[in-house]
Design a protein around this ligand. Sequence first.
Ligand code: SAM
Ligand code: SF4
Length: 334
Amino acid sequence: MESQLVDPFQRAIRYLRVSVTDRCDFRCVYCMSEKMTFLPKKELLTLEELDRLCSAFVRLGVEKLRITGGEPLVRRDIMTFFRSMSRHIESGALREITITTNGSQLERFADDLYAAGVRRINVSLDTLDGEKFARVTRWGRLPQVMRGLDAAQKAGLKVKLNAVALKDFNDDELLTLTHFCAERGMDLTWIEVMPMGDIGNEDRLGQYWSLNDVRSQLARHYTLTDLPDDTGGPARYVRLEETGQRIGFITPLSHNFCESCNRVRVTCTGEIYTCLGQEGHSDLRAPLRSSEADATLEDAIRAAIALKPKGHDFDYSRQTVDGRVSRHMSHTGG
Ligand code: SAM
Ligand code: SF4
């Protein structure tokens, strides 16, 4: 289907990421402060509203939907939403529905996700050391996530691991994480830490481990072949010739990927952010609630896309955190 959503820079919007909750059962140090205040329930879009919203985007040409959060699998009754969205997979309108999760609830939900048409998932895991895992997630426990990974693979879901690259934290686990993923047939993507949200006392620059360094360390042990970008997203991929696995690098800080950006994000309260790195956003909840017909909503979506900025302004190059945005990653969904 031709996309009806083309932004002022001629980028067709095909990819929607939706945060279904701002809550989480972890408190990762780079993502949340220990004492987070969450939104009152009435602020959140209901599951029916989320369905209407996502379906409107699908009608307008979105082909890929990623469900995120907060932790999407802690939203009450979220499987009702997944089951309902599966009609768009069955009709062929949606090519893929996928999820980014911390893995804590996968043991419970992996089979249901597969049954709802989900085939690939991203699981965030920064370390294979139980003590370090508890430290970085504050509330998480590694064995629970490991059981979740087992359940996901057993259910037939293809798993990609996402690890945030953190200096003096997991820089000694580059090879262990690579081996772990190779053994389990999983791709691995490294993410540079981004300056988002007030997270307490953590030192953002102290956390920053450049992916240029990750890449050159990998190149000492493996033969890296660059792969063409087929995602339109911020990840660049290489193949490790020795294992065949794909390793991704999400480098919003050291490389600019905005020119091929085909995505927008919607928060759990129905705000649309057309750029992860900018404060500008529009409200879709009021148009959603103002009328049971979807014409007003579709107009609001088109109007928001017409304001999509050219790119973000994150920059660490002057040794200060420029371009910082005040909201947490869990608000917009990573
Ligand atoms: N709770 C789910 C999870 O952890 O996968 C989904 C939401 S989480 C906000 C999405 C991704 O954002 C995770 O991979 C997480 O590691 C990443 N993330 C959170 N805060 C970040 C930050 N400040 N910089 C870079 N990545 C971040
Ligand atoms: Fe929760 Fe994901 Fe943020 Fe960790 S990164 S606190 S798991 S939302």
